[in-house]
Design a protein around this ligand. Structure first.
Ligand code: GSH
Length: 236
């Protein structure tokens, strides 16, 4: 009798935050099932989905070894690093603190500000205040990328911690992709951030990144020359 282990299950929609998790899963070569959630039909608001993530946000990772579904992109990434012992330093490593602080910065600050820039109406209901809100977000987001650019310049590179990528690089590259495509009223210009750009170029050459992007319906150079997806329901 063969005993088949239940694989990981990733819930997501093309080019949503699940992209980051997919990049890590493909790089780790882990078996997983992708469960498509139709954002146009607001399937992430359905009771069954809210039981997994009461925020109604993508992504969710169901790991049969865990006693509950995992949500929050940063938490899922850290879980995958700890589970696999790859794509990030272990807790005893001297670079663990550096790894954690930039992972949390990316999740709590960069990704959070980007989210507000994609949906400013949810954060600033008054339309007359929205242009000023968007301007402030733009300044913050550019400062975040400048800070990251300085950190990449200080690394022997091309990745944040050194010669090999960690989940942080995938997360930052995806944030840079979205910052160039989805903010309401502006697009980040990536050219001035040359270290970030070379890191993203190096990622684009990795077979796992090519595979993940194909599965997410992303065409062309996903980070250095991103293009909108021609699919319904992406940003609804
Ligand atoms: N802090 C969350 C943010 C996730 C997030 O913003 N997900 C978006 C897709 S990129 C989403 O589910 N949007 C649906 C909505 O806002 O209704 C995380 O890191 O997982």
């Amino acid at each position: 009798m063969t005993c088949r282990q239940t694989p990981l299950r990733l819930f997501g929609s093309p080019d949503s935050a699940n992209l980051v998790v997919r990049l890590a899963l493909e790089e780790l070569n882990l078996a997983y099932e992708f469960v498509a959630v139709d954002r146009a039909k607001r399937e992430h608001d359905a009771p069954a989905y809210l039981q997994m993530n009461p925020q109604g946000l993508l992504p969710v990772l169901v790991d049969p070894r865990q006693d509950a579904p995992v949500f929050e992109t940063g938490a899922i990434l850290l879980h995958l690093v700890d589970r696999s012992g790859q794509l990030g330093p272990d807790p005893a490593s001297p670079s663990r603190g550096r790894f954690l602080k930039w992972l949390f910065f990316t999740s709590n600050t960069l990704h959070a500000d980007l989210r507000a820039s994609f949906k400013p109406d949810r954060y600033m209901p008054r339309p007359d205040c929205r242009p000023a809100f968007i301007r402030a977000l733009r300044v913050r987001i550019e400062q975040h990328f400048s800070m990251l650019e300085r950190e990449y310049s200080a690394s022997p590179g091309p990745y944040l911690l050194a010669a090999d990528p960690t989940v942080i690089d995938f997360y930052i590259a995806a944030c840079a992709r979205w910052a160039q495509l989805y903010p309401d009223g502006f697009q980040l210009k990536i050219a001035p951030y040359s270290e970030l750009r070379s890191m993203m170029g190096a990622l684009e050459d990795r077979p796992a990144v090519v595979r993940a992007c194909r599965l997410e319906h992303i065409e062309g150079a996903p980070f250095t020359a991103p293009r909108h997806l021609d699919l319904p329901g992406i940003t609804d």
